[in-house]
Structures are given as C-alpha cells and as structure tokens.
Design a protein around this ligand. Structure first.
Ligand SMILES: Nc1nc2c(ncn2[C@@H]2O[C@H](COP(=O)(O)OP(=O)(O)O)[C@@H](O)[C@H]2O)c(=O)[nH]1
Ligand SMILES: [Mg+2]
Length: 328
C-alpha cells in the first residue's frame, strides 16, 4: 500500500474499478491488511442484492449470467442498476481460474462500465474458495454495485457454501445429457429458490419440468415458497425477462413474509461458523507450526502417541495462549 488506506477506501466506495480490482487481488491473496480493509468496508455493504447461479459445467451458466446482466443494464424499469459478476469455476481446465468463454464475453462488456466481471483464481487460493468469494462480494457491494451475480459449478461443498451467500439462488438444469433431476444432489435441490431449464431449444425440457415438479411435491420448504421453474434459451436470450420476473417475485415474497432478514441471518450463521473454523485453524497453525505438526504426525504414525489425546491437548493449548510460537 503506497497510498493512505482511507483514500483507497474512498475511491473504492465511489465505484472506482481500479481500486476495486486492487482490493480484490489483495483479498484473494490474503495479503497483509486485507482484513483491515474488509473491516473498514463492511459498514458500506448491505445494499447489493446477491444472486447465485449454479449448475453443471456446460449448462449455460456463463451465457445466462451474461444475458441477465445485459437485461438488468438495459433497465426496462429505468433503474439503471450496476452489476458485478463473479465467476467461480474450479473445474475449468484453464489456468488461473479464468474461463475462456467468460473472457470472450468479458470483452463485450468492457464498453459498459456498469458491468464489472471477475473470474476467481481458484487454484491455490488460500483460506477457502467460499470465504474468498464472500469477501469479493463484500468488496463489490461496498463499491456500490446494485446486483452481484455469482456463477458457480454445482458440484462440491465449497460451491454449496458459495450459494449460501446469495439472497436468491438459481439452479440451472438442462434437458438430456444424463443430467436428470434424479442425479442432482439433494443439497442443491434444497437451496434452489428458482429452477431454470436452460437449452430449452433441446428436446426434453418438459420432462425436466415434470421431474422437478414431482420432486417438489415431496419436499416442503420451511419458508413456504414453491420455487418457480423458468425455461430459457440463454444463447438467444429467450426466457431472460421471465427469469428476472421470477427473481423479483421471490424477492417480493421474502419481503411480504418478512423473511429477508431471517434468510440473511441464516446465511450469516453458516458464514460465521466457517469464519470461526478458519480463524481457529489459522491460530493453531500459527501457534504450533508445520514443523511441530509433522513431528507429532511421525509420533502418531509410530504409535508413540494417540491422536485423540494429542488433538485434545493441542486444542486446549491453543485456547490458553495467544503467544505466537515460531516453529524451530
Ligand atoms: N443450444 C443451446 N446452447 C446453449 C444454451 N445456453 C448455452 N449454450 C451453449 O452451451 C455451451 C456452454 O455454455 P456456458 O455458458 O459456457 O456454460 P457454463 O459452463 O455453465 O458456464 C456454450 O457453447 C453455449 O453457447 C442454450 O440455451 N441452448
Ligand atoms: Mg461458465
């Protein structure tokens, strides 16, 4: 940081994309000062609405996110909302987490400063993908973006945690390709506020819809909402206004039923547990160091120590002292 942090923070708050990009890199790398930055910016957050989109690789998430962003930018409702996009795709074969398709589409948006796109560097990201994504969303929110679209591959625990950030979660399915609803993980099924059947230009969209409805009749959501199902052809943009309407409808429902804050608190509960786990682990690691841990590991392997007592002792020790021990 070669400029006072408050100047940087002011720039970021005013929507300056360079200040934003720099902050995102800092947070991604967990660089010194990044938690100070997040602390300073948190009071400026809470304005953005976060929409999570998840689905299998190739389902058309990026194409749909792109269309949705355009739709919001066109501002049929004259609200002229700004959009931030975070693309998280750990299965992407391209290095550095950048997705080729996203890069190409990114070019098109460069002329529109109202859309800011960031592909997450997932490889080698420290401290968990979900946490980093959450922090990046915080930065986008603080920079005044009205809408934040998070694209993530619906495969692992990390991704499920990422969608827990969202105010609205959209699960994208496609007809055929063995991507039947049955194969969708129960966890994903539970988190969907809206289902999109993309590639509805392909055969079998109606069948997917029937399958979702059949599953819905078995699962009762505790908030009483029945997720809507929207058919889209993302490549042509058809169904996108309907999707935006479904999003607005769900948000209106949350508001009407006074559920928005409750949902946010539930999300925060998950996030706090995760942050706590990270912080505790970091603390223990700092305290004992890898050298000490590998010594313990060798002792356990040789059956000189039992791991259960060891962990109890380490946890107790970590709780007791705050002093940092540098490993020999
Ligand atoms: N036929 C058809 N192809 C689509 C549709 N939406 C996306 N695609 C194509 O599917 C491929 C994967 O799309 P992409 O958005 O990169 O999927 P992602 O991996 O889920 O982000 C691309 O070649 C898209 O052009 C659609 O509605 N119909
Ligand atoms: Mg994609």
């Amino acid at each position: 940081m070669n400029q006072p942090i408050h100047i940087w923070i002011d720039q970021l708050r005013s929507g300056d994309t360079r200040a934003l990009a720099r902050a995102i890199s800092m947070v991604e790398n967990r660089a010194p000062g990044s938690s100070e930055l997040l602390k300073a910016l948190f009071p400026s957050t809470g304005h953005a609405r976060i929409i999570g989109l998840t689905g299998a690789p190739g389902a058309g998430k990026s194409t749909l996110v792109d269309q949705l962003a355009r739709f919001y930018r066109r501002g049929a409702d004259n609200e002229n909302r700004t959009v931030g996009i975070v693309a998280v795709d750990p299965t992407s074969p391209y290095t550095g987490g950048a997705i080729l398709g996203d890069r190409i589409r990114m070019q098109e948006h460069f002329s529109d400063p109202g859309i800011y796109i960031r592909s997450m560097a997932t490889r080698g990201s420290l401290g968990g993908l979900a946490r980093t994504t959450a922090d990046v969303a915080t930065l986008l929110d603080a920079s005044g973006r009205d809408l934040i679209l998070i694209e993530t591959v619906g495969v692992g625990q990390d991704e499920i945690e990422i969608v827990r950030l969202a105010d609205v979660t959209i699960v994208i399915l496609v007809p055929g390709m063995g991507d039947d609803v049955q194969s969708i993980k129960a966890g994903i099924m539970e988190i969907a506020d809206i289902f999109v059947i993309n590639k509805s230009d392909h055969d079998g969209a109606d069948r997917v819809e029937r399958e979702i409805r059949a599953l819905q009749s078995l699962v009762l959501r505790h908030d009483g909402w029945t997720p809507s199902i929207v058919k889209t052809v993302a490549t042509e943009g058809s169904g996108v206004p309907e999707l935006a309407a479904a999003i607005a409808e769900y948000e209106a429902y949350l508001k009407r039923e006074n559920l928005a804050l409750k949902k946010s608190a539930q999300n925060w509960q998950e996030r706090l547990v995760e942050m706590l786990r990270d912080a505790m682990l970091e603390k223990v690691r700092r305290q004992f160091g890898d050298g000490e841990l590998s010594r313990y590991a060798a002792e356990v392997a040789e059956h000189k120590r039992d791991p259960y007592t060891l962990i109890e002792e380490l946890v107790e020790e970590a709780g007791k002292s705050d002093k940092e021990q540098i490993p020999p």
